[in-house]
Write a protein that binds this ligand. Structure first.
Ligand SMILES: [Zn+2]
Ligand SMILES: [Zn+2]
Length: 296
């Protein structure tokens, strides 16, 4: 297995393309939304993303942000990208961007242009909104996770106006007239499309119902066997596959994607260990699990 092998998964109505190896790099793109979860390594698909959601400051999750920014700028890709980050990352990331800028200019202490890089610290409960099309909005929310350093998970929510049931039989011109009269004929359909945990212990996921109810849950699963026990895995701020096995019936998601597997499982052994761990679990659960890991 190459450490730069990219995997594409069709997950529900979305296509995920990326690669993730615990401690090495994680970059996962939702192609249709131009959203990139973490930017541990630059990929062709991530360059096309104008929204990068960074979970925390460990380098396997954020080290390529500046390269991403620069590549888009060099290729004149618009709009300018935004980087959603845990608030604690704002100052160090600005300092690091300033240092990169100075290095590029071959000078020190030159002031950065105001619009140089868009960092958006997202506090729990805050959201960042963008339009998917003329009538539908997506909102990104962050949640504090449980890791060795402050870390955020993210959910992507779609909000689409839908006609109220009592108007479904109305003809087009009647709807138009009702709309013009200012009648309240629409409601907003809210769907938690995708949840992304970043690095976390299982506790960080279980305490947040939005993760358990999202259509798609992208959940870290660093350890797959007893090379490291659950207690030690938790201590290191990660999820052991047995944490998922124990709580499998809480995951109401339609699709689950495991990522951030340890490099110790390089190759097809990862799939064998996952099958072994899930032995005996109902197919309604195992059937919805995919793994962001190259099939070799
Ligand atoms: Zn990591
Ligand atoms: Zn980490």
């Amino acid at each position: 297995m190459s450490f730069h092998e990219i995997t594409t998964l069709k997950v529900g109505r979305w296509t995920l393309t990326g690669l993730s190896i615990g401690g090495t790099h994680t970059t996962i793109v939702v192609n249709e939304l131009k959203i990139c979860f973490d930017i541990g390594v630059l990929t062709n698909e991530s360059t096309h993303c104008d929204k990068v959601l960074i979970s925390h400051g460990h380098i396997d999750h954020c080290q390529s942000y500046f390269k991403h920014y620069r590549c888009r700028k060099l290729q004149k890709m618009f709009p300018a990208p935004v980087y959603l980050i845990p608030p604690v990352m704002e100052k160090p990331m600005r300092d690091s961007a300033r240092a990169q800028f100075n290095m590029e200019k071959g000078m020190i202490n030159i002031p950065m242009p105001k619009d140089f890089i868009q960092l958006v610290p997202l506090r729990a409960g805050d959201h960042y909104a963008f339009n998917r099309c003329s009538h539908s909005v997506c909102k990104i929310y962050s949640y504090p996770m449980t890791h060795r350093i402050p870390a955020s998970g993210y959910i992507v929510v779609s909000e689409v106006p839908k006609l109220r049931e009592e108007y479904l039989d109305n003809l087009g011109h009647e709807i138009k007239e009702l709309k013009e009269s200012g009648a309240d004929i629409f409601y907003t359909k809210r769907v938690i499309e995708i949840a992304y945990t970043g690095d976390t212990t299982i506790e960080g996921v279980l305490r947040q119902p939005d993760f358990l109810n999202a259509e798609i849950l992208i959940i870290e699963c660093t350890i797959l066997d007893d090379q490291l026990d659950r207690k030690e895995t938790t201590k290191r701020g990660h999820i052991h596959i047995q944490d998922i096995v124990e709580h499998y019936n809480l995951f109401a998601n339609k699709h689950i994607v495991l990522f951030h597997l340890s490099p110790r499982y390089a190759g097809s052994i990862a799939f064998e260990l996952i099958d072994k761990a899930f032995e005996g679990l109902p197919s309604e659960f195992t059937g919805k699990v995919q793994v962001l890991w190259p099939k070799t």
